[in-house]
Write a protein that binds this ligand. Structure first.
Ligand code: C2E
Ligand code: MG
Ligand code: MG
Length: 687
């Protein structure tokens, strides 16, 4: 029963009793005709009315208090239930006003801190990283949504677990909670379904004096993608994407370890350095994609051929290296390693199928041993490389073991390169002319201009040694222009003194032809020197022709239109097909000396040379045989119908003055090589 009712009850009882007394007093007064008593009764009624009025007022105020208390009670209940949004109900009761205000202040403070708490929670849950709040001992007290998502547990399931228990078994042993709470480390967590996830775990301690809030915050970030990218980058950085074997860096790294192990255990290591012969020509002829395919196939063949424990790497373009370890140190390993090198060369020599065409390639291998030839990676590679260079110098398709003199050759190459730059200024280049002889008559009908470098202290350096260096440094452009000028000058001189030199040919390198201003430069030289382009011939190798055929065709047509005669040099050494050659305005085909060398002894080469001659003639070209050294070769060529020949049999390349003397002799006494031809004819004619 509330206060107002109690008050009303007791007031009603007092009122009833008073009314009863007043009525009884009134009845007694009426019955005894006592006016005094009547007055007392009236006074009682008045008092009664007054007290009724008073009671009414008291009841009302008690009612007000009741309502105010009820309102405060409701507000207190709401606050108790964590509902802080509605203000405390305040009924304007004076006595309870202070209490209501105090309650309102409390509600407002509670509401503020709840807003903060929710706000913090929503921040935690919207974080992409997994966050764990733990006790100082690492027991999880809060885990955000990302943490639950990453591990596959609900927050309730995570609460109470140790942060260490969330890690994968493999990393728990190394996990130091104290340390982890103050640094960032990479570790691995384990999900509900047993998956492992690499994470970067950043820990920090919660700094507070209040023991109930002390503990750690751990933020775990899933680094699977980064790890994958790292692995990929590491792979790309260490392995060659094309051939999937170790790249130079990784190979050197592995070689380094192998050498260290070998030196410790007293075992020898062999390094084989392999370089494809004339691989550039494959690229130039078939394009880089095909070149890449060759390297892929080559790597597959090497992997299949070499012992399983060997380390294979691609050091650059067409250079591969192979490391064999654990070899006996006290015995000579050259025999078994040489056998392996031979097997590799045989593998390389098997046909490569390129664009529906079978292509045969060769390689050169240089071999060096540790500790015999070198004890560190750099020297061992350099020595094997020097040996490889020697194998190449010996014609390729072979292997060579390193010997100390070989390094001197590599050093010399470097010195030559720097000296070549000054060769032009110092007038160290000279031209030699090799006569071209017409086989029908034995007459000199032209000459090939061949470059020599007269380096003081080194004698004559052959072009095979310095032209590649000149090409590497682009000096070939200046050198080529110098040659053209020199040949024009010599030609004019030969003509001025009354000789008939025929056509003088000069060799053109790919770099020169690719030079944007090549045609312009040629024209200006011819004009300046007053020589007709028709007096000259440009020798272009098959490989040069086939590189960028569209452009080459355009250039050659233009050169041909100027009156220049064009010939294919070293024919047979490239990979050009007959149909491809037909499109070029070529007037002469020069058979490479490697086919001519044993044409009289090797039936295969004889057939080949005969076919080349027939082919050239059927295309309307003149055919020239290079490197003719013997009468028997001449006899074969003559019988096969070759048009012209050049070579030692008719004389080594000589100075312009010597050529002039030869031409003069021809002018006065007829074909200087007529006798050789007559001999050849005599041998050919059936007796
Ligand atoms: P090539 O154009 O095939 O020149 C023929 C080479 O065969 C010359 O070598 C010549 O001396 C050599 N030779 C001539 N007769 C015989 C012989 O009876 N037996 C043997 N074994 N060899 C003979 P050389 O002078 O050493 O030139 C080598 C190459 O250097 C030339 O091959 C040519 O491709 C290039 N070359 C020469 N001069 C120049 C030049 O001015 N510019 C460019 N770009 N290349 C040049
Ligand atoms: Mg030539
Ligand atoms: Mg040649």
């Amino acid at each position: 029963m509330n206060g107002a009712l109690k008050y009303f009850g007791s007031t009603l009882w007092a009122f009833g009793a008073t009314l009863l007394v007043a009525v009884l007093t009134g009845l007694v007064a009426l019955w005894g005709h006592w006016p005094g008593m009547l007055a007392i009764a009236a006074a009682g009624v008045v008092a009664l009315v007054g007290s009724a009025l008073l009671a009414m007022r008291g009841w009302r105020s008690a009612r007000m208090l009741d309502l105010a208390v009820e309102a405060l009670t409701r507000s207190a209940q709401r606050i108790g239930q964590g509902e802080y949004a509605r203000p405390v109900e305040e009924r304007g009761h004076a006595a309870l006003g202070e209490l209501a205000e105090a309650m309102e202040r409390m509600r407002s403070r509670l509401r503020q801190s709840t807003i903060h708490k929710d706000y913090l929670r929503s921040i935690l849950d919207s974080m992409a990283d997994a966050v764990f709040l733990t006790s100082p001992e690492g027991v999880v007290k809060t885990a955000n949504a990302a943490a639950c998502k990453m591990l596959g547990f609900t927050e309730e399931e995570l609460l109470g677990r140790s942060i260490v228990a969330l890690l994968d078994q493999s990393v728990r042993g190394d996990f130091d909670l104290l340390q982890a709470a103050q640094d960032t480390r990479e570790t691995v967590v384990r999900t509900r379904d047993g998956q492992t996830i690499p994470v970067s775990l950043a820990g920090s301690r919660i700094e507070t004096d209040d023991p109930q809030f002390q503990g750690n915050i751990f933020v775990a970030r899933n680094v699977t993608d980064r790890k994958r990218a790292e692995r990929r980058i590491r792979y790309l950085a260490r392995y060659d994407t094309l051939t999937k074997v170790a790249n130079r860096m990784q190979f050197q790294h592995l070689l380094q370890q192998t050498l260290a192990r070998g030196l410790r255990s007293g075992r020898a290591v062999a390094l084989l350095y392999l370089d494809m012969d004339r691989f550039k020509e494959v690229n130039d002829t078939f394009g880089h994609d095909t070149g890449d395919r060759v390297l892929e196939v080559l790597a597959e063949r090497l992997i299949r051929t070499v012992p399983q424990a060997a380390i294979l790497g691609r050091l650059a373009g067409d250079e591969f290296a192979l490391c064999l370890h654990g070899l006996p140190a006290e015995t000579d390993n050259r025999v078994p390693i040489g056998q392996l090198a031979r097997t590799i060369l045989n593998e390389v020599a098997r046909a490569f199928q390129l664009n529906q065409q079978e292509v045969f390639l060769t390689a050169s291998i240089g071999i060096a041993f540790c500790p015999r030839d070198a004890e560190n990676v750099i020297d061992l590679i350099r020595n094997a490389d020097a040996a490889m260079y020697h194998a190449k110098q010996n014609g390729g398709n072979t292997f060579t073991f390193y010997s100390p003199e070989m390094n001197a050759a590599a050093v010399e190459r470097l010195i030559l390169k720097s000296k070549l730059r000054r060769a032009l200024e110092r007038d160290e280049l000279v031209i030699r002319y090799q006569p071209k002889v017409e086989l029908a008559t034995g007459r000199v009908v032209g000459a090939e201009a061949l470059l020599r470098w007269r380096l003081p202290g080194h004698g004559d350096i052959p072009p095979s040694r310095f032209i590649p260096l000149a090409e590497e440094t682009n000096l070939i452009l200046d050198i080529g222009e110098w040659v053209l000028n020199r040949v024009c000058m010599d030609y004019r001189h030969l003509k001025t003194v009354g000789s008939e030199p025929g056509r003088i040919s000069l060799n053109l390198s790919l770099r020169q032809l690719r030079q944007a201003s090549f045609i312009l430069r040629c024209r200006s030289v011819f004009r300046r020197q007053g020589v007709s382009p028709a007096a000259l011939e440009l020798e272009i190798t098959e490989t040069t022709l086939m590189a960028d055929t569209k452009n080459t065709l355009r250039l050659l047509k233009e050169l041909n239109a100027m009156g220049l005669h064009l010939s294919i040099d070293d024919f047979g050494t490239g990979y050009s097909s007959l149909s491809a050659l037909q499109q070029f305005p070529i007037g002469t085909l020069k058979i490479d000396q490697s086919f001519v060398r044993d044409v009289d002894r090797n039936a295969g080469n004889a057939t080949l040379v005969r076919t080349m001659i027939e082919m050239g003639r059927s295309l309307g070209m003149a055919v020239v045989a290079e490197g003719v050294e013997t009468a028997s070769q001449l006899q074969f060529l003559h019988a096969a119908g070759c048009d012209q020949a050049q070579g030692r049999l008719f004389g080594d390349p000589c100075a312009a003055e010597e050529l002039l003397a030869l031409l003069k002799r021809q002018g006065s006494s007829g074909a200087p090589f007529g006798h050789l031809l007559r001999q050849a004819e005599a041998t050919t004619r059936p007796a």
